[in-house]
Design a binder for this molecule. Structure first.
Ligand code: GLN
Length: 492
């Protein structure tokens, strides 16, 4: 079979179960594509062919012995923020260029237990700070739809790999949009779960009160398979919730669009910088949902203007604290010939961290410093609560809330936006993390340059099943999610 990379997760699962192909054949097929195409896409920081084949053979052996489950032998690739025992984990940073974790992140361990085969580790903005993946020490990843454009970020490698058919699905993380925005830029489905749904253990911390891992794939159905692996309480992560985990695959048809109340925040569609094409495609998708039986309800989200400033205080504050551990002493990059301990700290960090990371450490340290703490950090926490209350109020009258995932389609590589311009591009995704809510991106068409546009649906707490189900129903009635990126078409 030559088109194994075109199969959905369900088709891969069935093909393996019916012995139409083995995990070794499937894995070799993906490794060949990566070797051929990833020189242009640059989605992988590390490819692990030997290990992948060992895991594939083990999956095939297990299957012959009758011990296989639904995903045994299916390949996956992980964002390089998830610790992988024995494989380099860089978080896109020079400071971790030599870091090999002694343990697996819980998400990775769960993947292994489910029989997934690891193809490698995917590029990202350094420490997940960014919206283009250009902040990676390992160079920019390209957008499979147009190689002159970025794939988005920070999970840009995950999005590009799946969009170029270099992995059937991938893990991502979302602190302020890093699953939804790259999914939007690359025409994928990506789910940011409720805070506490997926374990953060072994996921390198950016802003701990906002970080959440989730699936990135071609469809809601494919995401549901990965959510079944990722979700669940973990004793090793005190912020993971002991909450009943749904069977996301079994529930895909449980929510009907008929009667679904979709909130349309009036503030969201008047944002300066919202591109015409994006607005038009999102409105068309809402019209489609309306035709399918949904009711569109105008709602107020009055705190919209506070999203960007609030996030860009809280996230850097937490980052400045989390990143203190990278000091050149026990692991990671260490500067040459330090004259004393202070010199070791200073130069290891100055040489090891990139410009955006240093900017955020400075902002965060300032916001947390004595004298400014109340004026900035405490104030931001109060505003955060108001943002959350805004959503809770809205969910009294609607089931889900619709928005663009991003105000534009993918930027050109090297567009060189100022930091503030870049931060404003996160307007539609940040509030979800500040409130801890789940949200999903679904592809809903293209702009005039044939770059994908995404619709974001935000749900109430623990409503991942509902979000996946709504998008699944939409994807049964449309074919945006089946369209393939240019580079995938050329290498069909
Ligand atoms: N673009 C946002 C930032 O730079 C979000 C990143 C993320 O979700 N990790 O912080």
């Amino acid at each position: 079979m030559t088109d194994l990379h075109r199969l959905s997760i369900r088709e891969l699962s069935e093909g393996l179960a019916n012995a139409q192909f083995s995990s070794r054949e499937l894995t070799e097929h993906y490794l060949k594509r990566i070797a051929k195409i990833d020189v242009q896409v640059k989605s992988y920081v590390t490819v692990t062919p030997e290990l992948a084949l060992v895991e594939a053979d083990a999956a095939d052996t297990l299957r012959k012995a009758g011990g296989a489950n639904v995903l045994t032998g299916v390949p996956i690739a992980h964002k390089d923020i998830f610790c992988t025992q024995g494989i380099k984990t860089t978080a896109g940073s020079k400071i971790l260029d030599n870091f090999i974790s002694p343990y697996d992140a819980t998400v990775v361990a769960k993947g292994k237990a489910a029989g997934l085969v690891t193809l490698g580790k995917l590029n990202m903005d350094e420490f997940a700070m960014g919206s283009t993946s250009e902040n990676s020490y390992y160079g920019a990843t390209t957008n499979p739809w147009n190689l002159d454009h970025v794939p988005g970020g920070s999970s840009g490698g995950s999005a590009a790999a799946v969009a170029a058919d270099l992995a059937p699905f991938a893990t991502g993380t979302d602190t302020g949009g890093s699953i939804r925005q790259p999914a939007s830029f690359c025409g994928l489905t990506g789910l940011k779960p409720t805070y506490g749904r997926v374990s953060r253990f072994g996921m390198i911390a950016y802003a701990s009160s906002l970080d959440q891992g989730g699936p990135m794939a071609r469809s809601a159905e494919d995401c549901a398979y990965l959510m079944n692996v990722m979700a669940g309480h973990d004793a090793k992560d005190s912020t993971s919730m002991n909450q009943v985990v749904d069977n996301y695959v079994a529930n895909l048809n449980d929510t009907s669009i008929k009667g679904l109340r979709i909130g349309i925040p009036k503030q969201y569609f008047n944002v300066a910088g919202l591109a015409e094409d994006v607005k038009a495609r999102v409105e068309e998708s809402l019209k489609k949902l309306e035709d399918m039986g949904a009711t569109l309800v105008e709602i107020d989200l009055n705190m919209t203007e506070s999203y960007v400033p609030t996030y860009y205080l809280i996230a850097p504050a937490e980052a400045s604290s989390n990143l203190q551990r990278f000091d050149g002493v026990r692991y990671g990059y260490r500067c040459e010939n330090p004259v004393d301990l202070m010199d070791l700290y200073k130069r290891s960090r100055s040489e090891g961290f990139g410009a955006e990371v240093q900017r955020r450490i400075l902002i965060g340290t300032y916001a947390l410093s004595a004298g400014y703490y109340d004026a900035y950090y405490v104030k931001a926490q109060k505003v955060r609560r108001l943002i959350q209350q805004d959503f809770l109020k809205a969910f009294e009258s609607v089931d889900v809330i619709a928005a663009p995932s991003a105000p534009t389609t993918a930027y050109k590589i090297g567009a060189d936006l100022t930091p503030v311009e870049m931060y404003l591009g996160d307007i539609y995704t940040l509030a979800v993390n500040l409130a801890g809510l789940p949200a999903i991106n679904a592809p809903v068409g293209f702009d005039q340059n044939n770059l994908p546009v995404g619709l974001q649906l935000i749900g109430n707490y623990w409503s991942e099943s509902q979000l996946l189900s709504v998008v699944h129903q939409y994807q049964q009635a449309t074919d945006w999610h089946t369209q393939r990126a240019a580079i995938a078409e050329e290498n069909a």
